[in-house]
Design a protein around this ligand. Structure first.
Ligand code: TIU
Length: 228
């Protein structure tokens, strides 16, 4: 076994690249650009735009290391059959899921706003998982795909930290995956919520997993793997 060791908090993340996948959550125009779903909820999307270069560097590092890369996109069928009224009708957004905005129908699969931002487009062969919920395991093939690739370790990035990223990380935790959050490659519309999410993940001895900066991951990948 050749193992890389990331100096993460609260414990080191030890992983083999062939059993590890990068999961980039929902880096979609609908959350990151003006006129999308995120803005319709009253959020300032510029906070999320700021992490795009870091996520790009993370993608580059994981691709170079030969790791499996999976992208997720939140989105619903065009007939909204998989969008429960409890999700669509809550709050008082400017536009609701399925209504037309400047980037097409909000959070509908295949609409321009549901696409991943151009800077982070998947490479040919990289998997894209459309998910109707916050967690990427719910109502998707993610679990089966990870099993088929013998993946045991997951590295997480994307948006938003306390909603889809944390939900997916918790789902993964319950399914037995070792999880690492790259804290400068995730963001929230609410800085306090991002900080609280990282604190929650790493508290109690790493109750959901561990957390590290991208620089700590790239350092681990550039070092000779430890033979264990
Ligand atoms: N609103 C919010 O913070 N997030 C979402 O609705 N979805 C994701 O986090 N992807």
């Amino acid at each position: 076994m050749s193992v890389h060791v990331v100096a993460a908090r609260p414990f080191a993340f030890r992983f083999e690249t062939r059993h590890t996948a990068l999961i980039v959550i929902d880096m979609q125009r609908d959350f990151i650009e003006a006129g999308g779903f995120g803005e319709s909820l009253g959020n300032d999307v510029s906070r999320l735009q700021a992490i795009v270069p870091t996520v790009k560097s993370l993608l580059f590092a994981c691709r170079e290391a030969g790791m499996l890369v999976i992208h997720t996109r939140e989105g619903h069928r065009s007939d909204l059959a998989d969008c429960p009224p409890a999700k669509r009708d809550r709050g008082s957004p400017k536009l609701r899921i399925g209504e037309a905005g400047p980037m097409g129908r909000l959070l509908v699969v295949g609409e321009p706003g549901q696409a991943i931002v151009p800077e982070l487009l998947p490479l040919p062969g990289e998997m894209v998982i459309d998910k109707p919920g916050k967690g990427a395991f719910y109502a998707t093939a993610l679990g089966a795909i990870l099993k088929a690739h013998a993946i045991t370790h997951l590295i997480f990035a994307g948006v938003t930290t306390e909603v889809c990223v944390q939900t997916t990380m918790r789902e993964a935790n319950d399914r037995g995956f070792e999880c690492l959050l790259i804290e400068d490659a995730t963001e929230s519309y609410f800085p306090d919520f991002k900080a609280a999410t990282i604190a929650m993940i790493i508290a109690q001895g790493g109750i959901v997993g561990s957390s590290a900066a991208l620089s700590e991951l790239t350092l681990a990948l550039s070092a000779e793997p430890v033979v264990a």
